[in-house]
Ligand binder design. Structure first.
Ligand code: NOJ
Length: 562
């Protein structure tokens, strides 16, 4: 496999919703022209891959995840021409673009579903219909506080259709060859327009035999087929799966390196928040044994927060309750009994702790993804329903409507956060851009350093001997001659820490975040003072990655516009 084919194993991604990012025409809804106009902000931030939430025409009941036409752009967000121009401009800045592939289900307003309601329609089998469900399969419902069955009755069709999510999101029958063909065509369409990858929404449900969409062959053969299609027609394009499944099941989604290229690291996010809550690194050490090993050409996509809730589903009940008591003390902050719908900054509160969490994200093994606004410490709007709490418009400045839109306030797609500590007058791009020690500039620096440290994304990773006690996480990353050390103090109290490693003996070390120098003593010890929630990243022996590693060269190739 050529270097270019694995650009995704060390990219820095940024997830955003076009509709809430920037409005160019003053209609109150963000659009592709607005996003294109803000690409230089993203270039300056340093991200090199963009993950777009769905932007297709939809029935607007699940924030775009209820798609009506997979081949079009929601007219409020622009045209296919605007989309193509955006792709060109992103590529000209060395950025990859990934889309959300939402094909587990469609909107009930999708023409396929409307046709399928008519008995005898050729579209009937695109969905799953039964006259009388034998079992509600309540355990398969994704939103347990909303639904108690995966079946809903349709009077016109005189039958029940299957859905795991909302009742207005009927599940497609991926056991049907014509549905599979439609999926391949949707992929081809966007690949032809220059897309570099897809987030496979609800990936397990495309293949799980537990559902009624029966696959006659090995269901993983379908994922392999999708992967081959994307690789063949997408020139290095990739698939990142949303598969929040039990640890033991995770590995199967990578196959032998021939199914999904990446998986969102849900377990990793959960354990980062557990470690932060307990001020104890043990959950992060234990994570190493929980995650399956990576087949060649695959990678984790690490994140702290994204557009959905922070899921704590794989913790035991007592630990989950402890965490929810810590992070979501009010019932309105909780969702689906398994997580919290708060954003990163209000969740963690203390600015030093937020910076610590960002440092943890960017120093994990794997490829990091940042959720829009978290570089600023944007807040949440808990008065909005469900996950919309974390999907408010981007806060560009202290001007009217946060510089997001020139529309009258009442016309905005979603209310802005106006008041309090997270209101846009206080938290916005412009004011943080101007302030050297802002969270925005801290995040920029983290990303810059992270991108110059291929050891972190691609290297071997192991704990580093350290006497700081359980609240200090000390790790080593190696890639060829390159050696990076990352140390995080999860405690609010300062710690004096001695690191020990043979390779530190009498070596110069460079701290990359604060730009200072240290030196290992003759016994291979490096003594550090860490403030409460403090962190540091050291490169042993040199400031830059040694040329031998080749990985930085590979990154440069991967970033060249194709
Ligand atoms: C997963 C998406 O992440 C979520 O936001 C959405 O509600 C469901 N899929 C249903 O499409």
């Amino acid at each position: 496999m050529e270097a270019n084919d694995t650009w995704y194993d060390n990219c820095v991604s940024y997830q955003l919703d076009v509709a809430t990012f920037h409005d160019s025409n003053g209609d109150g809804v963000g659009d592709f022209r607005g996003l294109t106009a803000r690409l230089d902000y993203l270039r300056e931030l340093g991200v090199n891959s963009l993950l777009l939430m769905p932007f297709h025409p939809s029935s607007e009941r699940d924030d775009g995840y209820d798609v009506i036409d997979h081949y079009a752009v929601d007219p409020r967000l622009g045209t296919l021409g605007d989309f193509s121009e955006f792709i060109d401009e992103a590529k000209a800045r060395g950025m990859r673009v990934m889309l959300d592939l939402v094909v587990n289900h469609t909107s009930d307003q999708h023409p396929w579903f409307q046709a399928s309601r008519k008995p005898g329609s050729p579209f009937r089998d695109y969905y799953v219909w039964v006259d009388e469900p034998d079992d509600p399969h309540a355990d398969q419902v994704v939103f347990p506080d909303r639904y108690d069955s995966v079946w809903s009755y349709d009077a016109q069709a005189k039958g029940y259709y299957f859905h795991r999510f909302h009742d207005f999101e009927p599940a497609l029958n991926h056991g049907h060859p014509r549905v599979r063909r439609e999926v391949m065509q949707i992929l081809s369409f966007w690949l032809a327009l220059g897309v570099d990858g897809f987030r496979v929404d609800a990936a397990p449900f495309l293949i799980w035999p537990k559902g009624p969409a029966q696959h006659s062959e090995d269901p993983h053969a379908y994922l392999r087929q999708i992967r081959r299609h994307v690789a063949r027609y997408g020139r290095g394009a990739m698939l990142v799966g949303e598969a929040n499944v039990a640890p033991a099941q995770l590995g199967s989604f990578f196959g032998a390196g021939d199914e999904l290229n990446q998986l969102f690291n849900f377990l990793g996010a959960e354990r980062i928040f557990q470690a932060l809550a307990l001020e104890d690194a043990t959950p992060l050490h234990a994570l190493r044994a929980l995650l399956p090993s990576l087949p060649p050409g695959t990678q984790w996509m690490n994140f702290l927060r994204h557009h959905d809730e922070l899921s704590l589903i794989w913790l035991d009940q007592a630990s989950r309750e402890t965490l929810l008591d810590t992070w979501a003390p009010h019932p309105n902050m909780r969702i689906y009994g398994r997580g919290t719908r708060r954003r990163l900054a209000p969740l963690l509160g203390d600015p030093a702790r937020i910076r610590l969490a960002l440092s943890l994200l960017f120093s994990r093994s794997g490829a990091p993804m940042l959720y829009y606004g978290d570089e600023l410490g944007m807040g949440d709007a808990l008065e909005l329903p469900d996950r919309l709490a974390v999907r408010t418009p981007m806060q560009w400045s202290a001007a009217a409507n946060a510089g997001f839109s020139a529309a009258p306030k009442a016309q905005l797609i979603r209310p802005l956060i106006e008041d309090g500590a997270y209101g846009y007058a206080k938290v916005n791009v412009t004011s943080q851009w101007l302030k050297a020690d802002s969270q925005l500039n801290y995040t920029r620096r983290l990303i810059e350093i992270r991108r110059a440290c291929p050891e972190l994304g691609l290297g071997r990773h192991e704990p580093l001997e350290c006497d700081g006690g359980p609240s200090v996480l000390a790790e080593s990353y190696y890639l060829d001659e390159g050696h990076v050390l990352c140390v995080h103090n999860l405690s609010k109290d300062a710690r004096r820490v001695t690191l020990r490693h043979d390779k530190l003996a009498k070596r110069e070390c460079y701290e990359l975040l604060a730009r200072r120098k240290g030196r290992g003593d003759a016994k291979g010890q490096l003594i550090l003072q860490l403030p409460g929630y403090g962190c540091c990243w050291w490169r042993v022996g040199s400031i830059f990655a040694p040329a031998e590693s080749g990985a930085s060269v590979a990154n440069a190739i991967a970033e060249a516009p194709s």
